[in-house]
Design a protein around this ligand. Structure first.
Ligand SMILES: NC(=O)c1ccc[n+]([C@@H]2O[C@H](COP(=O)([O-])OP(=O)(O)OC[C@H]3O[C@@H](n4cnc5c(N)ncnc54)[C@H](O)[C@@H]3O)[C@@H](O)[C@H]2O)c1
Length: 353
């Protein structure tokens, strides 16, 4: 069996400070006989020296393109547009299996180069549960931003911060009015994060999950002043908010944070907007009189890069130790080939399968 060689790449997106493997986990991998090569990265939240001290080899950004073919390239988000042919096995969030813009072009590059995508979104256990996810911190940051906006204290543009700094901003001040808050999807990863942030802010949120929305009490929902949506919907559901609710004069709801951000999906539970917001303009007014403001940022965990990376890496590193073509990684690979075949890009298995 060839020795495992992981190649931690620099992220293309300049605002992406997270990393899927933090230095302490890189050290554990090295101690277990894994070769870990780390690309220098000006924006990564952990300095490259910490990886070097952990026994990793340090190389230049984008050098994965000339890495030995047996190296497994590990990242989080999109690859650069070049090279056109991807020859390696890549572990990252490809966003390529639901017909997203650019999805087919990305898969085509893999097929052309004989490489393979192991998509982190599809790294699941035998019961289909995600093995590594950023949800908790997405919910935490989303709820925190919603509270800060509701209290008139959110300043834009947003910038990456730490939990300590965020928590300091979240502390209630003596003249802050109490208000009601609701988390939907409260039992999930992001729901738990949202609840924790609201409690840190001195609030006592109402928590709804599947059981409470089965027979939706719309007026009870509209009576909450702040709502954080954290559901993961995989089938048709009654929308939680409609345009009619926005126009409802008795609506108490003033601030919504949609952590889910399912814009364009047929299962979207908040079909009252069609474009996400971002770090520059985090809040959009959806309705005047009564006012309703929306926060719908699709890269929330990037705002807490250290905490988000540390938790994610703790989940991913043990999986990376077992990297191969069986079990969870095998399912990832199957998914890649299935999608390529469905799109008519591939007939058989790739060289790496
Ligand atoms: N905005 C971001 O930056 C960001 C980051 C990470 C995840 N997300 C998204 O957040 C969503 C939630 O992710 P997660 O990791 O917390 O998922 P999860 O599976 O851990 O939790 C989802 C929860 O929603 C509940 N749920 C599903 N349908 C429901 C319904 N109709 N009514 C009430 N509850 C319902 C489930 O029972 C579960 O408790 C996903 O869509 C994910 O893609 C967004």
């Amino acid at each position: 069996m060839t020795e495992l060689h992981l190649w931690l790449r620099h992220e293309t997106r300049t605002t992406e400070r997270r990393t899927p493997v933090v230095p302490s986990d890189a050290r554990r991998l090295v101690e277990n006989g894994v070769t870990v090569t780390v690309e220098r990265s000006p924006q990564r939240i952990f300095p490259v020296e910490a990886y070097e001290a952990a026994g990793c080899r340090v190389v230049e950004p984008y050098s994965w393109t000339v890495a030995p073919l047996d190296a497994v390239v590990v990242g989080l988000k999109e690859l650069p547009e070049e090279p056109g042919e991807l020859r390696h096995r890549h572990v990252f969030f490809g966003h390529a299996y639901k017909g997203q813009p650019g999805a087919e072009a990305l898969l085509r590059r893999f097929v052309a180069g004989g490489g393979a995508l192991f998509d982190l979104e599809y790294l699941v256990d035998d019961n289909g549960r995600r093995l590594a996810a950023f949800g908790y911190w997405a919910g935490y940051v989303g709820a925190a931003l919603a509270v800060l906006h509701h209290r008139g204290r959110l300043t834009a543009p947003l910038r990456p911060t730490s939990k300590d700094e965020l928590d300091a901003e979240l502390q209630p001040r003596p003249d802050d009015a109490q208000f009601s808050s609701l988390v939907i999807g409260a039992l999930g990863r992001s729901g738990r994060g949202a609840r924790a942030a609201l409690m840190e802010a001195g609030l006592d949120p109402t928590c709804w999950d599947l059981a409470e929305t089965r027979d939706l009490d719309r007026q009870a929902l509209l009576d909450h002043e702040l709502m954080v949506n954290c559901v993961l919907s995989t089938g048709p559901v009654t929308p939680f908010l409609t345009d009619k609710d926005l126009a409802e004069p008795r609506r108490g709801l003033r601030t919504v944070c949609d952590v889910t951000c399912d814009v364009g999906s047929p299962y979207n539970v908040l079909p009252v907007y069609d474009t996400v917001t971002d770090w520059t303009d985090p809040v959009r007014r959806l309705h005047e009189r009564p006012a309703l403001d929306l926060i719908a940022i699709d890269n929330l965990p990037s705002l807490l890069p250290e905490e988000a990376s540390t938790d994610f890496s703790a989940l991913l590193a043990p999986q990376l130790m077992e990297f191969g073509v069986a079990g969870a990684w095998g399912r990832c690979l199957d998914r890649f080939h299935e999608t390529c075949r469905e799109l008519g890009l591939e007939n058989g298995e790739s060289d790496h399968a």
